[in-house]
Structures are given as structure tokens and as C-alpha cells.
Design a binder for this molecule. Sequence first.
Ligand code: GLA
Length: 393
Amino acid sequence: MAFVAPGDPLELADVLRTAFAEAYDGPPAVVARAPGRVNLIGEHTDYNRGLVLPVALPHATYAAMSPRTDGVVRIGSLEEEQPWTGTVDALGPGDVEGWAAYAAGVLWAMRASGYDVPGVDVLVHGTVPLGAGLSSSAALECSVALAVCGVLGVEPDAAVRGRLAAACIRAESEVAGAPTGGMDQTVSLLASAGSALLIDFDASDHSTTDVALGLDRADLALLVTDTRVKHALVDGGYAARRADCEAAAAALGVPSLRQASLESLAGLDDERIRRRARHIVTEITRVSDTVEALAAGDWAAIGKAFRDSHVSMRDDFEISCPELDLAVTTAVEAGAVGARMTGGGFGGSSIALVPVDRVEAAVRAIDAAFVAAGFGAPQHLRVEPAGSADLVG
Ligand code: GLA
């Protein structure tokens, strides 16, 4: 059965070193890698000061980097034809467009937070599927941030990683123009292998806690299905949901929907705004419920939380699509204990917790259902929760 391969870190780093030497006339000083992520539960809750529970993927973006003495910045990618060239003093909001903005934005934001970032040559390459709701953008940002640490000789301890996450979040919202909430960068920089990461966005330091999954003990596999329906967070849907949530909090007179109770939502006159707020308030509770159920090994409760989460995103938050709905229902029919769409929505991926001996049947059932519905072929990832961004070699 063919799953999207994460690739071997040492081999991928070598490929990148060779390509870097050809592109820039010399080997890179450092190679860093940063993982994509898949969120178990807690969708669109991060920018509402809520809870999220993502895991880092073994699929990652790799960034090779060397410092320069002339302030020039060159950013290339093995996946893109056009390299971007500029200077480190002239980076900032409005100065860079397209994919390179995610990398250049990090150089700018790290400078803004006090790091003495020089001109650099950068070459990136990755195995996180692009536009699949699996945080290829955050992986790119975090790999560049870690490579800069390598170039500057800064030890990426937990405090530094927190600063880097803040810089990557700024890069994405202010330079790349995607007003996202911070989950993706935080998990890419702070995840522990084998665990999910509970992040509390109400805490000023976005406090994080490792949550053991125990999938092996339960003979379950984490199956990710990329519907190949492209999602883009710079499109209007994500920002519109965020604006609806802010409108709900303002109408309720609370600083964020984290402070709103379910009962209080009856006071919202606008029906759409009320449904948006209901998704957020109930979704935050479902994250706590899932953490409790994981500790108790109560997979039936987790399955219910996943099911309710999907319905809430489909009907109240309106960010699902027919392909995601089909992947979720088919996975459950094929024996998954729980399934839901994951990530920003409007396309992208679903997740399913599937008994190990039923994974192949579930994949076949989803593929067949997509053919029968006339949808394009999806692709699948089988995920063991991976560790956070680091230097390679
Ligand atoms: C995207 C954003 C995150 C988060 C999710 C939805 O991945 O980058 O900040 O809001 O969507 O949960």
C-alpha cells in the first residue's frame, strides 16, 4: 500500500547539500528540518485563545543555509522554478510575494525580535504535501528559523523556540498575509516524538503540555487522507471565519470566545455569528474531553468528540467540503473509531483513528468512494507522531 513517504532525514539533507553546492557554489553551513503537523482536535480555536491538540508529522521541510557578508538574500526551492533575490535590510511586509515570503518573512521577523540575521543563501526542499492542510507553510518558516539559529550559533532551547514560534507567526500573518493563529508553528518547534501537544492559547506564553497518545497499546493507526482539494489560508474564507469570531466576542462583551459560555450565545442575534461561536465554544470543550479520554484510554469518547467536531465544522463553521465529508464517513464505515476533517478547512485533509488491521481496507474504501463520487484520487499518510524542528547532521 503506497503512503506518502516522509523520506529519510539524512538522505534528504544530503540531496539538499548537493543541490545547494551546485546552485550557490559551495556547501551550506547548516541544514535544518521542521515538521508539518496534523491536528487531532481543536479547529480554529487557536485565534480564539482556545485549546488545540496537534501532532508533528514525520514529513518535514528542510532548509540549507549559508551566511553571506554582503547582505544579499537568495532563496531557492527544489519545488519552485524561480528563486527570490533581495537584501536583508529591505525585507518586510509588502516586499516579498508568493512562497518566498514565508522564508523571507522569518528573516525579517527574527531581525525585528533582536536576532542579528545576516544576508543568507537558502535552499529548501520538503516532503510535506503542499496545500493539503498539513502546514507546509509553517514547516518552511520553522526550518528557516532553525537554520538561522544554526548560522548564528544560537542553541535552540525551549525559550528560544518560543521566540522563534512568535517570529514565524508574525512572518506568516504580516509578510505572507495569512492571518493564522499560531498552532502550526508552535507544534513544529515544540512537539515531542510519540505525543500530541496540548497548546493553551489563553496563557500568555502559549503553554504547552505533551499528551501521550497510546495508539500502539490500542492497536490503532493514525491515517491522514489528503483529498487533494487545495486549500489556501490567504484566500478569504479563513479571515472571514476569524472576523465572525471577533464579532461574536465583541457582541458578547468578552475579550475572546474562550471566555464565552455556551448559554451566553443565545444572546447573539445574528444566526450565522451564533453558529460560528457555537463551534468555537463546543470545540474547546471537545479538546479537554479528548485529553481526558486519552488518559483513560476511552476511544469511544474520542470517537464521539471527533464525530461531533466534524459535524460542527460542517454545519456551524461551514469549512468542510463534499470530499472531506466523504473521506470521514467512509473511514468510519470502514471501522475507524473516529474521523474528522483537520486543519483550516475548505479542502485539505481528514484524519481517522483506524484499527491497525483495517488500515488497508479503509484506504481502499476511501479510494473507491472517491472514484464512485467522481472525485479526483486522494493520497494517504500513515503517521507516527514525530519530534520537533532541529538541525540535521
Ligand atoms: C490553519 C492555521 C492555524 C489554525 C488552523 C485551524 O492551520 O494556520 O492557526 O487556525 O488552520 O485550526
